[in-house]
Design a protein around this ligand. Structure first.
Ligand code: BMA
Length: 362
């Protein structure tokens, strides 16, 4: 029943007016078109980070996925991270082998799904991790030649990985790339207190230049500030319309930061800003990262997340990971979890789209 309602919504899908293209090749253009069709349909795709490589109590078991074991379908969007690729490591910062990430992206693409990639590189200025912010760290990419060179080589490595994503016919697989996110906070070395707005924009330009030089055209670029209440904050460091395809927002629910009501305030404010601007510029808006760690108060999925996204024309929402080796660090329930009903109501909504729902959306 639900499925047939979803299908009838989707059959009315069509694309919006063509948007300005950011160095996108035909595959990335097709992905853009698909995201526009989703928005036009009134549906919102569900995604999760690392959803098919590990779950709350398992890891590296092909085909498994907590979400699928609960609701019967895979997320429409899979998210992966390239942090530590720049060090030459074979596994990322959460121990996921890069080869596995490549294969999962290929497999999900073949199944009709969409992938998004984030990148949490180490700190090129001091050798620390991605979470080593400090005053001026971001500015050193402009002022210090050695740091700049290091970052250039890291950008090259990431570009090489992304351009190497190919399907069985050797055609490029389009992905959403979400670098330098949550820069309105200061927990990453590219955050607000780590340098000037100009340095942040330079960071984007450098990455973009490296990708262009390598001929990477299978990417849609997502700009994803952390929670903000005003357009001034949202756009303070915006790298420019020619750099950005997706107006994103990364907003979490925290019990010690206003809980559900505060999340609603931020979601209402920031998604309105992103959607308004997306509508004006022919771009796409999305809730690019969200979640409520441990789902400790029941009802988050149906009473908080669903109303938040229902109010806005966002193409997708992506929750963070179910860590297999970090107790309590999970963002989606699994079969047998005490709050599984809330997720099932979210899944059963006519609006939410999972992998099977989007296969027919072109
Ligand atoms: C954070 C946490 C960390 C993880 C990092 C990068 O939000 O999930 O455990 O290492 O993301 O994926």
């Amino acid at each position: 029943m639900i499925q047939s309602i979803k299908i009838s919504i989707l059959s009315g899908a069509c694309c919006l007016a063509a948007a300005t293209c950011v160095a996108a090749g035909p595959e990335a253009e097709a992905l853009r078109h698909r995201l526009e069709s989703v928005v036009k349909s009134g549906g919102v795709m569900f995604g999760q980070h690392d959803a098919t490589v590990y779950g709350h109590d398992w890891a590296w078991q092909p085909g498994r996925c907590d979400v699928r074991e609960l609701c019967g379908d895979y997320p429409a969007i899979l998210s992966f991270d390239l942090g530590r690729l720049e060090t030459g490591s074979e596994v990322n910062l959460d121990s996921v082998p890069f080869e596995m990430i490549r294969n999962e992206i290929k497999r999900h693409h073949r199944s009709g799904g969409i992938c998004t990639i984030s990148w949490h590189p180490d700190n090129p200025a001091n050798g620390g991790s991605t979470w080593t912010p400090g005053p001026g760290v971001l500015d050193t990419i402009v002022s210090d030649r050695e740091v700049r060179r290091k970052l250039e080589s890291w950008n090259d490595m990431t570009a090489d990985f992304i351009v190497s994503l190919r399907d069985d016919q050797g055609e490029p697989i389009p992905v959403i790339f979400r670098p330098w996110h949550e820069h309105t906070g200061s927990w990453f070395w590219w955050g607000r207190d780590c340098g000037s707005a100009d340095s942040y924009r330079q960071l984007w330009s450098m990455t973009r230049e490296a990708f262009d030089k390598k001929g990477v055209d299978n990417v849609l670029w997502s700009y994803s500030p952390d929670k903000v209440m005003t357009a001034e904050e949202y756009f303070e460091r915006y790298p420019g319309d020619d750099m950005v395809d997706i107006l994103g927002a990364d907003i979490y629910t925290f019990d010690n930061y206003g809980g559900f009501p505060r999340f609603n305030e931020f979601a209402n404010a920031e998604l309105a800003i992103a959607c308004d601007y997306a509508a004006k510029t022919g771009k796409i808006a999305a809730l690019t990262e969200t979640g409520y760690e441990g789902l400790t108060t029941p009802g988050w999925y149906d009473q908080v997340l669903l109303p938040a996204i229902s109010a806005f024309p966002v193409a997708y929402v992506c929750v963070w990971r179910n860590a297999h080796n970090k107790p309590g660090h999970y963002y989606a329930p699994w079969r047998g979890h005490s709050d599984e009903d809330s997720f099932m109501q979210f899944y059963n909504s006519d609006q939410t789209l999972f992998l099977n729902d989007i296969k027919q959306i072109k």
